[in-house]
Write a protein that binds this ligand. Structure first.
Ligand SMILES: *Cc1c(COP(=O)(O)O)cnc(C)c1O
Length: 380
């Protein structure tokens, strides 16, 4: 939980003021999160989704703990290998890849690839012959705070056909993948896709093709301002769904947590640039402009989807605020509808800590928008 990251981050602030904005990552917290999810999903292969946070020391700690990886680019492959991962533990899970990137992965020993269309399957046949493939099926993102919509996955009938093609063309048709949307709050939302996958397994078995891997993706949520169910609730729901729909033909389970592992490990230090009142009406909330915003790492505040917990050095009394980022773009507002309160005497120059920011922050930080540098990261 964020509390741990927060507490362990204290020595860093005591050691000297950080130049803000700055994301501090506590590798121990990420390792602990990995242990929790690996324990909850005992026997499953855990592939950390590197895009959540690709810092080398974090990857090294995960390699040492026995974690595998879900990668989506050459750079992520190189990082995992540099961190000591063996190529056999990498899954190239992005269903949209350039041919040369598939060839690059193959040359480095990666042998598991995802696809969701005939065109992509073609590329894998040509550039990664004989590899294991996972076909990604469409899944509903309902209930997810950060949905993945219709961009990835094909319909089940197409998955059946494409897996037959994969087998005919010398690939190893290994399994079915899906992703129910990130920060998926409801454990029961995995079941419809587990059922879909089970039906595909059955249909292919009747054609003499035995799939073996069920990749239930990521989406496992963390507590931001609102507590979520423990990871064991998600493991129990998925386990029950697998038993219900697969019966005797138990697949090997694979999951790809990103946010769950990385988010609690990060604390983002930001500074108040300005506290402004826009009228003489005391009932209007103050505007608080921070030195980090939508383009500097807080992309997931779009539509106020992810509501981070804030922590100030001093305690209240508090009053309502609208929080905004530092750029000249007017969409660079973090929270104007969600209620946020900060000390009434908050002033420019004060440091605010944004908790639970280890995932999808530095990686989403735009490079140089409005002359502001990308988010700096310090790993402890
Ligand atoms: C981003 C991603 C993940 C991680 O999702 P989280 O919601 O962070 O757990 C897993 N698998 C794939 C294919 C992804 O693209």
């Amino acid at each position: 939980m964020t509390v741990t990251a927060d507490e362990t981050a204290q020595p860093a602030i005591a050691a000297g003021p950080h130049q803000t904005p700055c994301l501090v990552i506590d590798v121990d917290v990420a390792r602990e999160q990995y242990r929790r999810i690996a324990d909850a999903f005992a026997g499953a292969h855990i592939h950390y989704a590197v895009k959540a946070n690709p810092e080398l020391p974090l990857l090294q700690a995960l390699v040492a703990a026995g974690c595998r990886f879900d990668v989506a680019s050459r750079a992520e492959i190189d990082l995992c290998l540099a961190a000591g991962a063996s190529p056999g533990d990498l899954s190239y899970g992005h269903p949209i890849k350039k041919s040369e990137d598939i060839a690059y992965a193959y040359a480095r020993g990666v042998r598991m690839f995802a696809f969701d269309s005939e065109g992509e399957l073609d590329k894998i046949v040509r550039h990664a012959p004989g590899s294991s493939v996972l076909c990604r099926v469409l899944a509903s993102s309902k209930g997810a705070r950060w949905p993945l919509s219709r961009k990835f996955g094909c319909v089940p009938e197409m998955a059946v056909d494409l897996m037959k093609v994969a087998a005919l063309r010398g690939l190893d048709p290994a399994g079915i993948a899906f992703h129910v949307g990130s920060q998926q709050l409801y454990p029961e939302r995995w079941e419809p896709s587990v059922a879909t996958a089970a039906a595909i397994f059955t249909e292919l078995r009747e054609s003499g093709i035995s799939l073996r891997i069920l990749n239930a993706g990521g989406g496992f949520p963390v507590s931001y301002r609102t507590p979520v169910a423990p990871i064991s609730a998600y493991a129990a729901a998925i386990g029950a769904a697998v038993r219900r729909h697969f019966g005797l033909f138990t697949p090997s389970l694979m999951i790809e947590p990103g946010r769950y592992v990385a988010a609690p490990a990060g604390v983002l230090y930001t500074q108040v640039v300005l506290v402004a009142r826009k009228s003489y009406d005391d009932d209007e909330p103050r505007w608080v402009y921070l030195d980090v915003g939508r383009f500097g790492g807080l992309a997931e505040t779009e539509e106020e989807a992810i509501q981070y917990e804030l922590s100030t050095v001093r305690a209240g009394p508090d009053g309502p605020v609208i929080l905004a980022g530092p750029t000249c773009d007017s969409v660079d507002i973090l929270y104007q509808h969600a209620p946020y309160d900060l000390p009434l005497d908050l002033a420019a120059g004060e440091v605010i800590r944004i908790l639970g920011t280890g995932a999808y922050t530095a990686t989403y930080s735009s490079v140089g928008f409005n002359g502001l540098p990308p988010l700096r990261t310090v790993v402890r």
